[in-house]
Structures are given as C-alpha cells and as structure tokens.
Design a protein around this ligand. Structure first.
Ligand SMILES: Nc1nc2c(c(=O)[nH]1)N[C@H]1C(S)=C(S)[C@@H](COP(=O)(O)O)O[C@H]1N2
Ligand SMILES: [Mo]
Length: 440
C-alpha cells in the first residue's frame, strides 16, 4: 500500500494508532468480521430541500427556502448539483473528475467550482433547520444501543469552538486508470486519471469535542459515521447507506466535523450540512451528509472496510489486506493530457502530495525516466495535509511527442516507484505517471 521499497515509519511505543497494522490488530483481536449491527432507520421526513447554492442564512432558514421532501426532484443525470463545465471536469458516471489544467494559476486550494465529486449515489438535499447529528451505541455513557441517541443540531455545532484545517481529500481509486493504460492490468472501478483529489480549507468542530460531549467511554473502540444519501446498490445488492468504521484513536486525533469549505458553507455536493474530514486517510473516510455516528465498544464492520477499501489479489489473503488507512505519494502536472506545447523553453508546473508525510523532494524527467532533475518547490512551509506546488524549466529538444514524468518523496522516505503493485480493485496507484505532450 505504500509505494517505494522503503520501510514504513516505525510505530512509536504502543503502536501508531492510525496505521493499518494497528487498526487491524486492535480490532480483530476483539471480534471476527460480521455484518454491521442493524441500526434504526432515521426518519427522512424532516429533510427538506434548499435551493442550489444556498448560503448560511438560507441554511438556517432565514432565506425562505421552500420546504419540499428530499429526493422529490429529478436530479441531474449525474446526481451532482453543481455545474460541471467540460473545461474543468471529466465525467465519471455519478462522479466528476477534475482536469489538472484547471489547477494552473490557482493558489494552494482547489476552488469549489473544480473540486472533484465522488458520489456512490447522488447528492441529497438536506435542510439544516431540521437536520440532527445523532450519536448512539455501546461506547457512550448512558446511551443503551439504539435508544436515546444524543443529538446535535446544526446551530449546536456552529456554537461550539471551531477549528480550521487545510487538508486534501483524495479518492482511494485516484489514478486507477493507469493500472490499465500504463501497466496493462485489468482492475474494477472508476478509471480515474489523477483528478480524484482536491485540497480545501475546512472549518468545523473537532469530532473529539462532540464525542466527549456525547459521553465517550474509555471502552470505545470504533465509530461508524453514516451518510444521509440513499442506499448504495452494487449489482443489485443493497448495501445500505455509505458508512465506514473509523478507529477511535483516529477519531480523537485530528478528525473534523466540517461545515465550511474554503470559507463558505459546505456546498451540497461536498456534504452539506456537515461532513467528516479525516486528514491523510482514504477519501471514503470523509463521510458526507453525516447523519449519525455509532460509537461501539467492539470493532465495527461495513462493506466499506471489508469488501471495499482493502487490497485484494495475488499476495493478499482471501479477506484482503487490512482496511486501508493512509493515502500514498502522487504527483501531477498542471497540463492537459496530450497537451500541445510550443517548442520554446517554458516552466512546467505541478503539485505533489502524500498521506504519509510532507513532500520533501520532487524530481522531473523529460526523457522517459532516464535522467531526473529536481523541481523547485514553491510551498516549503505548506500545510501538513495539503500539497506542494513546484515548477521545472524545460526546453523541448525537438518537435513531436514527449512524456513528462514527475516523482515525489516525502519526509518518511516514501516515494513513487516506476510501477504500482497490482490489486484487483485498483486502489492506491502511486507509480510515476507518464504524461504525454505534443511539441510543435
Ligand atoms: N455519504 C457519503 N459520503 C462519502 C461518499 C459517498 O458516496 N456518500 N463518497 C466518499 C468517497 S469514496 C470520497 S473519495 C469522498 C469524496 O469527497 P468529495 O465528493 O467531496 O470530493 O467522499 C466520501 N464520502
Ligand atoms: Mo473514494
């Protein structure tokens, strides 16, 4: 799951609570994988529609949004609410991939208008006035399972001490398409290029504060945040609503219940009214349209940490690897795919990022990987969970097709190898991507 052949960073005494080995050890010593326990269906009656682009005022009911039942309107074909202009996005079914040339000239953050969308189903429209976050389960004091959930309203959360973090969200399948196009391997899932990632500034309440208020016990092991979007049906099988267990150690570490993205209320497609932001972890951990959080004194399971988001295939046990946690190292040029470039000297621009540590070095090759030269890093003091912008002067040695390669190394020594280890679901493609351009 990490790229390169450097060893993982060593866990400290007691083990790094957020690495895969510890995640699996702590949880599997307690119970065998089982179906997630049945949970109370939350009423959807209270969820009302808001007009697109509703601001905080409208979210709080001061702008006269017309109450209508959720899911009543025909959604756009994609199920995505925001416009998806072709110069910013590549359609990917229910998802939208960002075009990397759309980051050219941008600051550190990905503007919302071009931030990728990954929806299992479709964006639900939720009324913040009636929305409640419910916490329940055996890991809370005085909250018998499935009774008396502890509730927070949107305004409750707005009234708590806020924190702001800059963090990438990246789909675990980002760059999956290169397993096939570069390595000739068949994998299942959305064939993303490199545009299944974005960096935003998220503001909200630390999940730890909400868990504490809800009465977290020292016996709690896992939490299970669940979205309010419709049930996910995979090839005719209803898997219920999107939900993915998170170890309590990570939940208490740096996870945010975010209600703002880049200084404005979360847009509908990115989880309005509240989503999780789980820095450096696989995208699916960042549950959108959060409705309830089960807190349990035993390990929890859902299809999103058993049948998906593990590595399967040769070299892995039948039940797959441990559930995936951190993302890996990647780099991208801020250029169109097959970009036409004039034959003169120019600066190439790009970004590199990693879920395992800060990016320390980026190298570029314009001769198919024979020789590498360092790129100039522009964000030496970039936020820990964002990306590093870089530039590289290049004079093409002649007209025709060229391949540009970029590879990064992070502070743990994790780097981008020339091939990514195969897994059937095509997760964590971290190899160097060969970006074609045509010089004329
Ligand atoms: N409720 C819910 N949360 C979700 C998803 C979803 O389909 N439903 N998709 C997940 C996945 S797989 C990813 S990669 C991220 C994408 O976040 P974004 O759409 O804001 O870019 O959201 C995660 N949270
Ligand atoms: Mo994802």
């Amino acid at each position: 799951m990490r790229t390169g052949d450097t060893p993982r960073p060593q866990p400290g005494p007691g083990g790094d609570p957020t690495d895969e080995a510890t995640y699996e050890r702590v949880r599997t010593t307690q119970a065998p994988p089982a179906q997630a326990p049945p949970v109370q269906a939350l009423s959807r009656r209270g969820m009302l529609r808001l007009s697109a682009g509703a601001g905080l005022g409208a979210a709080l009911g001061t702008a006269g949004a017309v109450p209508r039942p959720a899911f009543a309107d025909p959604a756009p074909a994609t199920g995505i609410v925001k416009p998806l202009p072709p110069e910013l996005f590549v359609p990917q079914g229910t998802n939208a991939e960002m075009r990397w040339e759309a980051m050219r000239g941008q600051g550190h953050l990905t503007p919302v208008d071009r931030f990728f969308v990954r929806n299992h189903v479709a964006t639900p429209r939720i009324d913040a006035r009636t929305w409640r976050l419910k916490l329940w389960g055996t890991g809370l004091h005085g909250a018998p399972p499935e009774t008396r959930p502890i509730e927070f309203s949107y305004e409750d959360l707005l009234g708590m001490r806020a924190e702001t973090i800059t963090s990438a969200i990246e789909c675990t399948g980002n760059a999956r398409g290169f397993y096939t196009s570069q390595q000739g391997q068949q994998v299942s899932g959305t064939p993303w290029g490199l545009g299944g990632v974005g960096v935003a500034r998220w503001r909200g309440v630390p999940l730890s504060a909400v868990l504490e208020r809800a009465g977290l016990t020292s016996r709690a092991v896992d939490i299970l945040p669940r979205g309010l979007d419709a049930d996910f049906v995979d090839k005719g099988e209803n898997l219920g609503r999107v939900r993915r267990p998170l170890p309590v150690a990570k939940a208490l570490d740096d996870v945010l219940l975010a209600y703002e993205m880049n200084g404005a209320p979360l847009p509908p497609d990115h989880g309005f009214p509240v989503r999780l932001v789980v820095p450096s972890w696989v995208g699916v951990a960042n549950i959108k349209w959060l409705g309830d959080v089960q807190v349990a004194d035993e390990p929890l399971y859902s299809p999103w940490n058993t049948r998906y988001y593990r590595l399967f295939g040769p070299g892995y046990p039948p039940e797959g690897s441990a559930p995936l946690t951190r993302m890996n190292v990647k780099s991208a040029f801020e250029l169109p795919w097959d970009a036409p470039l004039p034959a003169r000297r120019r600066l190439l621009h790009g970004r590199s990022w990693s879920g395992t540590g800060r990016v320390r070095k980026v190298e570029v090759s314009a001769d198919g990987g024979r020789t590498w030269r360092p790129a100039r890093l522009r964000d030496r003091h970039a936020p820990a969970h964002g990306w590093v912008r870089w530039e590289f002067p290049w004079r093409p040695n002649g007209p025709g097709r060229h391949e540009l390669l970029a590879r990064a190394t992070d502070e743990t020594g994790a780097f981008q190898p020339s091939t990514a280890p195969y897994n059937t679901l095509g997760y964590l493609f971290g190899a160097v991507v060969r970006h074609p351009v045509t010089v004329s």
